[in-house]
Design a protein around this ligand. Structure first.
Ligand SMILES: *[C@@H]1O[C@H](CO)[C@@H](O)[C@H](O)[C@H]1NC(C)=O
Ligand SMILES: *[C@@H]1O[C@H](CO)[C@@H](O)[C@H](O)[C@H]1NC(C)=O
Ligand SMILES: *[C@@H]1O[C@H](CO)[C@@H](O)[C@H](O)[C@H]1NC(C)=O
Ligand SMILES: *[C@@H]1O[C@H](CO)[C@@H](O)[C@H](O)[C@H]1NC(C)=O
Ligand SMILES: *[C@@H]1O[C@H](CO)[C@@H](O)[C@H](O)[C@H]1NC(C)=O
Ligand SMILES: *[C@@H]1O[C@H](CO)[C@@H](O)[C@H](O)[C@H]1NC(C)=O
Length: 390
């Protein structure tokens, strides 16, 4: 009897296992400098059940890390409240605090170098401290010594932490990334990082564990090559074509882009030309009559942004590792970043074809275009999964 039932169970198990549908599962981390209205890059990763979002990590860039991780927690709380599977998955995502400052560059060195290096139209955390703006809730800038201050007010403030947010509250992004790379390498696998902010956390992870890059496919929103001409064609271009992520932490960018990652893709210049139409934004932000306060809050991130008309830089940076088939044209280059302070090339990227490149540079995939129609379809449906969930 017993032997028969074991045989029966075994064949049942075999039958069940062959019927399990093969699902492509992408292990992924999003690393970003969150500021106001930066929830949308989370949507494509959260809305796709094939993505296992291991964590979202925070870093200094547009503002200081402490404020950035505050924004991130609020965004994750807002997406985790609906009663459906997307929302339940989102509620499991860790928010991990990272580097408080760049490796070398500071607000003071930015100011001190400006006569030689030039200025950024938007300098993120390096903008001068403005007490009035911060009292009104603006993202902190300047005053490096007090970089842990958080100015989030009203609906922008995260509620008390619970669940995954509470459990991840004491993790540190470089340590977390090192651990995930170790786990991946132990399985002869990799995980993807959509690095859509400065590369400080990755540089610190590499310094801790030189093997770290080998477990990571890096998708970096930076490494612009066309900034010289583009940035002087109009005032708007002088804001859109600066490669801010590289400029905030040039030393980290140089170290990371020279390290032996399993793959490096720079999601750069072309993204500055891709801007959602008003129709796309309205469709992404459409609410039902019975929308909750959190859904209305998420919709306003799109329909009532602090700054209108910005390119979809970070949204593309997250979508491409999930939907690489969006890429319609791409070249391969050897890429480097100039990290010599005190000159106009400080924080700028340069590239060569293989046979002409200086030694020691990694091969970088450099997309030149994507299917924008398809990208915005994904953008709208991913936003709607949380703003107007079914
Ligand atoms: C998940 O992966 C499966 C198998 O590759 C695919 O058929 C499905 O379309 C994917 N789902 C999404 C939302 O991309
Ligand atoms: C959540 O959804 C399930 C099924 O979709 C339903 O049975 C349950 O009552 C819902 N819970 C709440 C709190 O709305
Ligand atoms: C400081 O912020 C206030 C309020 O946003 C603004 O009106 C003022 O122009 C800012 N000051 C400087 C020097 O940028
Ligand atoms: C590890 O993966 C690579 C590439 O996928 C493969 O060529 C190699 O044989 C694998 N090694 C082991 C030990 O599984
Ligand atoms: C899109 O909306 C913005 C802000 O609401 C407005 O300034 C702009 O004129 C609109 N563009 C078009 C083409 O209607
Ligand atoms: C781009 O995406 C659209 C919408 O999904 C599709 O209809 C079109 O065929 C795609 N274009 C190319 C060149 O693949």
């Amino acid at each position: 009897m017993r032997a028969v039932s074991v045989a029966l169970l075994t064949s049942l198990a075999a039958l069940l296992s062959t019927q399990v549908v093969e699902v492509r599962c992408l292990d992924m981390v999003i690393d970003n400098d969150f500021s106001s209205n930066s929830v949308t890059p989370l949507f494509p990763a959260l809305a796709n059940a094939n993505v296992s979002l291991l964590a979202v990590t925070s870093v200094t860039g547009n503002t200081w890390n402490a404020q950035s991780v505050g924004h991130l927690r609020r965004y994750l709380q807002a997406v985790g409240t609906a009663n459906n599977s997307d929302s339940q998955r989102a509620a499991q995502v860790k928010a991990v605090s990272g580097a408080n400052r760049a490796l070398v560059r500071t607000p003071d060195s930015y100011e001190a170098d400006a006569a030689l290096t030039g200025r950024l139209r938007f300098a993120g955390a390096y903008r001068p401290f403005n007490a009035t703006a911060e009292a009104e809730g603006a993202d902190p800038s300047g005053d490096l010594q007090n970089n842990a201050r958080v100015t989030l007010q009203g609906q922008e403030r995260p509620g008390p932490l619970s669940g995954a947010l509470q459990e991840s509250a004491n993790l540190y992004a470089p340590n977390f990334l090192v651990e995930k790379s170790r786990e991946a390498r132990a399985k002869n696998a990799t995980f993807s990082i959509a690095a859509i902010g400065p590369l400080t956390n990755l540089a610190l992870a590499q310094a801790q564990d030189p093997e770290f890059p080998k477990g990571v496919e890096l998708w970096y929103q930076g490494g612009y090559l066309g900034t010289g001409l583009e940035a002087v064609l109009s005032v708007i271009n002088s804001d859109y074509y600066v490669d801010l992520n590289t400029a905030i932490d040039p030393e980290a960018a140089k170290a990371v882009l020279r390290a032996p990652y399993a793959r490096i893709v720079c999601v750069a210049d072309f993204t500055s030309k891709i801007i959602a139409s008003n129709d796309t934004l309205s469709r992404a932000a459409a609410l039902s009559d019975s929308a909750s306060d959190d859904q209305r809050y998420l919709a306003r991130q799109i329909s009532d942004p602090v700054e209108v008309g910005l390119p979809a830089w970070d949204d593309i940076g997250v979508a491409l590792p999930i939907y690489p088939e969006l890429i319609t044209k791409s070249i391969k280059v050897r890429l480097d970043v100039d990290a010599r302070a005190g000159g106009p090339a400080y924080g700028k990227a340069f590239a060569w074809l293989d046979d002409l490149a200086p030694s020691g540079l990694q091969e970088v995939e450099f997309p030149l275009s994507i299917n924008e129609t398809r990208f915005f379809e994904i953008y709208v449906s991913a936003a709607q999964a949380f703003i107007n969930p079914k």
